[in-house]
Structure formats: C-alpha cells, structure tokens
Write a protein that binds this ligand. Sequence first.
Ligand SMILES: Nc1ncnc2c1ncn2[C@@H]1O[C@H](COP(=O)(O)OP(=O)(O)OP(=O)(O)O)[C@@H](O)[C@H]1O
Length: 268
Amino acid sequence: MTDLLEIDHVTVRFGAASRLRRLLGGDGPVVAVDDVSLRVPRGAALGVVGESGSGKSTLMRAVMGLTGVDAGEIRFDGRRLERRRDVATRRAMQMVFQDPGTTLNPARTVGAVLEELLRVHRVVPGERVARRVEELLDLVHLPASLRDARPHRLSGGQKQRVAIARALALEPRLLIADEATSALDVAVQASVLDLLAELRETTGITLVCITHDLDLVRYLCDSAVVMRSGRVVEAAPVDELFAAPRTDYTRELIAAVPTLTTGNEDQA
Ligand SMILES: Nc1ncnc2c1ncn2[C@@H]1O[C@H](COP(=O)(O)OP(=O)(O)OP(=O)(O)O)[C@@H](O)[C@H]1O
C-alpha cells in the first residue's frame, strides 16, 4: 500500500518581489524548501523539527495547498495534489496552529462553530448534528457545558482542544499540528499531547507535528525529519535519532532541549 503522504523533491521559493521579503530587507529569492522528499505512512506520527526559518511550516503549508510548489510533487493517498483541491481532499487534511485564539470567532459559541462546520460540509445528517457536537467535545475531553461558551471564557488549553475538535469535525485522515502546544503552559502542553496520542490510537489518524520541541517528538512521534535551511538533513525513527544522531545540527537541537524530566529516567 502507498504511504498516505508522499513528498518528492519539493522546492518552494519566495521571490524577491514578496512584500515580506522586501520588509525583511532581502533581495534574492528565498529557497524556503529545497528539494525535500519524505514519506508519512498511514497512522504514523512524524515530527518535523529544525530551527526557526528552516522551512518546516512552508513545507506543510505546501502540503495543505496554502503555498504553491515550484518543483516536485506531493501525493496524498497515491494521488498527485495540485494547488487547487477538491472539497474531499481539503477535508481530508486539517491543520492546527500555535494560537487557536486568533482563529476562533469571538462572537460564536463553541457549539455554533462545530455545528456550522458539520452542516456546511454535510458531515452527518441534520438530525445528527447536535449529537455529533457532543461527541466531538467528548472526544477532546471538553465538558458538554462548554458548548454554549464563547472563546474568551476558555483557557488556552481549552481553546486548543476546540481547535482540534474543529479539525476533527471534518473527519480528516491527516492532522498537521504546527507548534500546536508551544504557547501553552508545560502541564497543559502535556495534556494536549496526551490527547493527540490518544486520538491517534482511537481514530487511526495520521499526525505530522511541526515543532521546535524535541521532547514532544520523543513522546508523540515514531519518526522525525530534521530540517535546516530548507533541506532535510536527517530522517530517522525517533529512537535512532535520539540514540545516535547523525549530524552535529541534530545533536545541537537535542542538547538544546531543556530536560523537564526528573528522577530515574534515562536523560540521554
Ligand atoms: N510568505 C513568505 N514570503 C517570503 N519569505 C517567506 C515567506 N514565508 C516564509 N518565508 C521564508 O522562508 C523560510 C522558511 O520559513 P518557515 O516559516 O517555513 O520556517 P519554519 O522552520 O517554519 O520557522 P518557524 O519555526 O520560525 O515557524 C524563512 O527564511 C522565511 O523567512
């Protein structure tokens, strides 16, 4: 069987004409993603790590169709993806971002947001919508009472759970978490990571986690790619990556992780 996501020799450049590029004072085009190839098997959890500006988000934005590619090919479920996607393909991949607060409409209740999605995309028949909203809240371990809450009443962790529920409402096969826990307190981060791990187990969803946090990768992912200056410099199963990193860059990233564990755990 083919892998769920296949990225073959993908390059993404941002031209000199880009407004952001001009603001940053640059002149030549930026090669944000440079000839990257990787595979994500069905049901796997892949970590994409690397320092800021290494191209992690651009690569996944290209997968989502939010950024065009200049070269190479992306395939999902064996089918080549064009920049323009049909509705089914758009539904099949969802992304959760660092700051859910900015993507939640302050005027709408949690229940209304989920209901609208389910209705617009006809995920379930009309008479099942209310029940499905309850199920979604339950799936992300939010109390049913939050259905009537507006975002300002929610904690950061609760907002991120709503963002995850919103993504799951469309029954995606691939969930891309872009620094999805990095704005949260450590304890809340851990509970959101537990949730992602649990969802992977219960729903079989395939996960890609873009992160600076190698602890997260160690906890949640089974393999990882390390990016630097738009290129993949190392790709390995997580155990191998931590036990025997092959590049100095990976070693530095591992060494930079603040060790939060205490006691007898192996802190290698
Ligand atoms: N819209 C854009 N226009 C011009 N350059 C861009 C644009 N988006 C990203 N870049 C550049 O592409 C490169 C890769 O950025 P990207 O955001 O993908 O890195 P990242 O690894 O996700 O970083 P971070 O961890 O800080 O989010 C950087 O040099 C960035 O400045």
